[in-house]
Design a protein around this ligand. Sequence first.
Ligand SMILES: [Zn+2]
Length: 424
Amino acid sequence: MGGLLRKKVKFVLKKTRVAIFAVVLFHEATWLNYYLSNNFFNYSFPSQERLLFERAYGTSLEAWRSDIEQNPHTLTVLSEVLEKEQQEHSFPLEEIVLVSKNYLKQSFPQQFNTVIDDAVGTYFKKRISLRLSVCDEKFYLETNDHPLKTILQHEVKHAKTFAITDIKFYARWKALCRNQEKHSLYTDDATPEVNWRDIPFEQSVQLGFVSSYARKNVYEDIAETGEFAENILTSREDGSYPGLELMIEWLYTRKSPVIAGKIALAQEYNIIPKEFSEFVWVQKLYHDAKAHDSYIDTSKVTSFLEQSERFLQKHPNSVYNIYVHNARGGVFAAQGIRDNEKASFRIALEEWNKGLLSPYKDIDEYRDILHNMQGCYRWRMNEPCIASVYTDAIKEFEHRYLTGDVFLAKRGVNDLLYRCDVLR
Ligand SMILES: [Zn+2]
């Protein structure tokens, strides 16, 4: 019996050794493939698109050609986020790594993370890593935004947080996240252990968190709060703005002192723009004047027009200016339709023109302005020649959007509009 058992054990060990050897050999091969075919090749022979991106944002890019050169739209998405975040406040970032969807195209640490961790993005030592597999996950496709966008925003907020040198910052933030007995509300500090996934969203909000993931620890709380603030104007298919509606509630109507306190801290320490809460107020006034079908009730726009003008005077270089000018243009156009007179349409066109010249050009907003101006020149001003310039501009804009123009959020297609003498 003893001999038979020994034989069996020996047999199993032999099989296991073969299996381990095969696994090691397989990973050695993928590792070699990653460093030679991806890193070494792209480092030695970078493409024009890659070089432009790296120069524009001062960060290197580690990604397969199949994910960048053969899918250049990704560059437009990444550069839109970096453009906005850099205009808001500069932050240290040395490298962005895109982790391939294909296991065979992952480095060994990436494969290790694929197996043991479900993080879709990470920030570590001025290096952001993003998993391209999120682009396939249904959960992330529920909003109209590209899934990589919000993940990159979240990781940039980590980068901005880690750049803060004032140690009082964390103490002030954590002071907002304690219960009546002064115990931390973060799940990482809880005994017995609590999983943030088990906490309903409503309960997290009630305790002053913008998401259940924000309950994990102070770092995720800060990043989630910053990411939420960046996305308040992401709309749903039905035309609603759930993020904006919640933010208005927290800051101005039902009021959440804890979330308002976190927003104030994030503004003070440059994680989000200092004028963020003022912008939310201006947006509130704009949405108060809008009926459900996006129709603007011109009898309710007076305070929006006054306060948005004050906002623009006070913050001439704000990343929010394009949104404010586009909304003001819409209000003046609605007044033009009401009174059937061209003077209001001219003012609307001036506002949209200023929107195109705003320092940060949100891609959806810029596109919307081009369409508004095309329609206004064609149908309200009866200027078909100028309208056709905007038709060409829209075509050029879509072309650049799909072909990875890393300057789209900085320049739009203003070069074309200047050349045609319609932008001043
Ligand atoms: Zn995070």
